[in-house]
Design a protein around this ligand. Structure first.
Ligand code: SF4
Length: 176
């Protein structure tokens, strides 16, 4: 019998009320398909790093190559807190054997391509990965990473799952 692969997923996509406004972004069809071949590990970088639910909205600011995670109204810099938590969480996810991440699009923590606000700049918009996903991709360079919008495309969903399964096989070979 095949052992399911292990995929980390934004908790809000699983229907957990982890968003800044106390809501979620449940994606039941995607979750149903993923669950057929994967054990899903929920994670919410913002809630789990201690910011709570609900919480003040935040955004990326500054240098797109090294943006800061800032709250919009009270101007708290959450970058170091998020980095510290992410380092520990990635250790755990590595031990749990994740072979893929499905993370919410456009979140300043989870999004693959997020607008970066730059003071006084009215030129071209700049983008960066969210803080959590940036560190995850640096830590696990070959890890398949997708958002829920990309995975609405059945071909991309199939490709994502095949790449995750391939990585899982490679990892098992390495352990032998
Ligand atoms: S997008 Fe990421 S940080 Fe925001 S609620 Fe969902 S899991 Fe949490």
């Amino acid at each position: 019998m095949n052992t399911p692969i292990t995929i980390g997923i934004s908790a809000c996509l699983l229907g957990q009320n982890t968003r800044y406004d106390g809501g979620n972004l449940n994606a039941p069809l995607l979750v149903k398909v993923l669950s057929q071949s994967a054990t899903l590990i929920p994670l919410c970088p913002e809630a789990e790093c201690g910011l709570g639910v609900p919480r003040e909205p935040m955004r990326l600011e500054g240098d797109p190559e090294n943006p800061r995670l800032m709250t919009v109204t009270t101007r708290s810099d959450l970058t170091d807190r998020m980095r510290a938590w992410t380092t520990l969480r990635l250790n755990t996810l590595g031990r749990e054997g994740i072979v893929g991440l499905v993370l919410k699009a456009r979140s300043p923590s989870c999004g693959k391509r997020v607008a970066v606000h730059r003071a006084g700049d009215d030129g071209e918009p700049a983008y960066s990965p969210g803080l959590f996903i940036r560190l995850a991709m640096e830590r696990f360079p070959g890890l398949p990473v997708a958002n829920e919008e990309e995975l609405r495309d059945p071909d991309r969903l199939t490709d994502f799952l095949q790449r995750s399964a391939g990585l899982d096989r490679d990892n098992q070979e390495d352990r032998r």
